[in-house]
Design a protein around this ligand. Structure first.
Ligand SMILES: [Zn+2]
Length: 190
């Protein structure tokens, strides 16, 4: 797969609830490989952004699978960890508002409240349960991706009008945009 296989709004498949996986078949392993290839393909096409993670529904496969880059501070590191049937078992800390974007909501950023610490339980590709405690940006990634498995997007979580929306300028900085003027009338995005 490539970045062309990533679906984006207004495709309403993004609103589907993904299915739990019972048996990890070769088809599921192939979906995971496709997700990683699509994320890297997107990543190399972007100068100022990093493709940090992807949920299976974003390549139009309604399975509860999330892949997360092992080192998203290094664009050259193309390795991932797969989380099958990921579930947040505990939210800790407070909710903090910070910028988020999404490969399925192209070019739009918003400020989203998320918990600063979460515990995640998932299966690995061998079908074994493993647990991760994530803080800060990684905790935000898990909340964003596990939302995808439930048909939710980051734009659904924005509470204040002033937290929405922003776009990436040529120099890589985020600048506010006028929703009515710049977003709503842009049929490519919505
Ligand atoms: Zn996303």
């Amino acid at each position: 797969m490539t970045k062309e296989d990533i679906i984006s709004l207004p495709n309403n498949h993004l609103r589907l609830k993904s299915k739990r996986i019972g048996v990890i078949t070769p088809e599921i392993i192939k979906v995971i490989e496709d997700m990683q290839a699509a994320t890297i393909s997107w990543d190399v096409s972007r100068k100022h952004e990093v493709g940090v993670a992807l949920a299976a529904i974003q390549v139009d496969r309604p399975y509860k699978i999330v892949v997360v880059r092992n080192n998203y501070d290094n664009k050259q590191d193309h390795t991932f960890t797969a989380f099958i049937n990921p579930q947040i078992t505990k939210y800790e800390g407070e909710q903090v508002v910070d910028f988020e974007g999404c490969l399925s909501v192209p070019n739009i950023y918003g400020r989203v409240p998320r918990y600063t610490k979460v515990k995640v339980k998932a299966l690995n590709t061998e079908g074994k349960i493993f647990r991760v405690t994530a803080e800060g940006f990684l905790a935000r990634i898990f909340q964003h991706e596990i939302d995808h498995c439930e048909g939710l997007l980051f734009i659904d979580r924005i509470k204040n009008k002033e937290d929405a929306f922003f776009k990436l300028a040529e120099d890589g900085k985020l600048e506010p945009i006028d929703y009515e003027k710049d977003v709503r009338n842009d049929s490519i995005l919505w």
